[in-house]
Design a protein around this ligand. Structure first.
Ligand code: PLP
Length: 415
């Protein structure tokens, strides 16, 4: 399959199985719940193929992905999200150069669309009728909407307390939705069991190898938008750790192809109320399950699927994992929105809070070039009431009669 030379499956118990790269090994979840890792025959010619490619969005990077060559792209425009300079925000962080990789410009406003599009493109090509996943909200909304576009049934498992706007997207797109008592962990376990029982194809993050492949394209696009080089540091929020691990893998692939001389330092960010990867990073490296206590639903993952890989990625790249406090998330979302016009949801705002922390500790220096990945949009996680309480630049509402003097009075007060 593509440039894959071998496949290594790491089981949850720590054992390893090495096999030939058949389509099934590369495109199907391991039934035993193992994580599938591909090894590639990297060569610089692959980068030339990418430069010549006329395929849309993330499909341009197909030569660097473990996807069968004959799979046509999903029809929705996924990938190719903007890498935006953020000078006013950089000044706030006392940083020379800050870029935001704005994944909220994806069809369903989160980076989850990359993995969904690849999984569904494969499913549509193979005539698969039902695709399932568990999700805190974004991946399920993404699966529901993108499945509708290719006439596939989506069956999604979400925590009972899923954000209303995310649930609304699932429903309007016609998905079968299970709200599961017991949080994301319980939803995840049930979705895996149901997939095996009913023969559904899984989009579950990390366990379907295509989900990891797809997220590498964020790294490829950052590299490409910077003119074929890597930044010093990439900061990203981490739940299951798949985005963090895949970003690092993507940068490593570019180095292996001769496209870059070094990978960026990876900084993963979690909420203090759910920080198993922070604890593992600063401890002995082993990831221990925690009970999630955070308002940032996307990163409320007590037992991360690719936790070990994400911690290893931060370590080997010379990066770190940092924890941030929930109370800072909404003010930070407001600070980002009011200085850049970009709209992070709380789980995505965590990455910006993590950058504040990394500047404070000196893990990121003033002269470094930093990219923050904005993974999801606050348009799907409205928190207007609390945003109004955010300090400094948050907007203010005035309830008035329709008279000009009421406007003048309010404006005088605002000054
Ligand atoms: C907005 C947002 N940011 C970050 C993440 C974390 O990504 P990962 O689970 O790959 O670590 C998620 C996952 O749901 C998310 O929805």
């Amino acid at each position: 399959v593509g440039s894959v030379s071998a496949v290594v499956v790491r089981s949850p118990t720590g054992s390893e199985r090495r096999t030939a790269p058949t389509e099934d090994e590369v495109c199907q979840p391991d039934p035993a719940g193992g994580i599938v890792e591909c090894e590639y025959g990297w060569r610089p010619a692959l980068l030339d193929e990418i430069r010549r490619s006329t395929r849309p969005g993330l499909w341009r990077f197909a030569p660097l992905l473990a996807l069968p060559d004959d799979v046509p792209p999903h029809p929705m425009p996924v990938g190719n999200t903007p890498l935006l300079p953020a000078p006013a925000l950089a000044a706030r962080f006392h940083l020379g150069q800050l870029w935001v990789k704005d994944e909220s410009r994806s069809p369903t406003l989160s980076s989850k669309d990359r993995a969904t599009a690849m999984v569904l493109a494969y499913a549509a090509h193979r005539g698969i009728g039902t695709v399932t996943c568990a999700s805190s909200g974004n991946a399920a909304a993404s699966l529901a909407v993108l499945a509708a576009a290719v006439g596939i049934r989506a069956v999604v498992f979400v925590p009972e307390e899923v954000a209303e706007a995310k649930l609304a997207l699932m429903l309007v797109a016609g998905a079968v939705v299970f709200r599961v008592r017991g949080g994301y962990g319980a939803a995840y376990a049930l979705s895996r069991t149901a997939a095996l029982e009913f023969g559904w194809y899984e989009r579950n993050t990390g366990v379907n190898p295509l989900t990891v492949e797809a997220k590498k394209t964020i790294a490829f696009e950052i590299w490409d938008d910077l003119g074929g080089r890597c930044p010093d540091v990439v900061v990203v929020s981490a739940g299951d750790g798949v985005t963090a691990a895949a970003l690092d893998q993507g940068f490593r692939d570019l180095v292996a192809c001769g496209g870059a001389s070094r990978v960026p330092r990876l900084i993963g960010v979690q909420s203090r109320g759910c920080a198993p990867l922070v604890e593992a990073f600063h401890g002995d490296g082993s990831v221990k399950e925690v009970e999630p206590q955070t308002v940032a639903d996307g990163i409320a993952v007590g037992s991360p699927v690719m936790g070990a890989a994400a911690v290893a990625a931060a370590r080997s790249s010379g990066g770190t994992f940092v924890a941030v406090v929930d109370d800072d998330l909404v003010p930070m979302a407001s600070a980002v929105a009011s200085t850049t016009g970009l709209l992070p949801e709380p789980a995505a705002a965590a990455a910006f809070c993590g950058l504040t922390e990394a500047r404070r500790t000196g893990d990121v220096g003033r002269d470094e070039e930093v990219v923050v990945v904005l993974t999801g949009s606050l348009l799907k996680t409205p928190f207007v009431g609390r945003a109004a309480a955010a300090p400094d630049r948050a907007g203010r509402v005035h309830l008035v009669d329709a008279r000009l003097d009421a406007v003048a009075e309010a404006m005088a007060e605002a000054r």
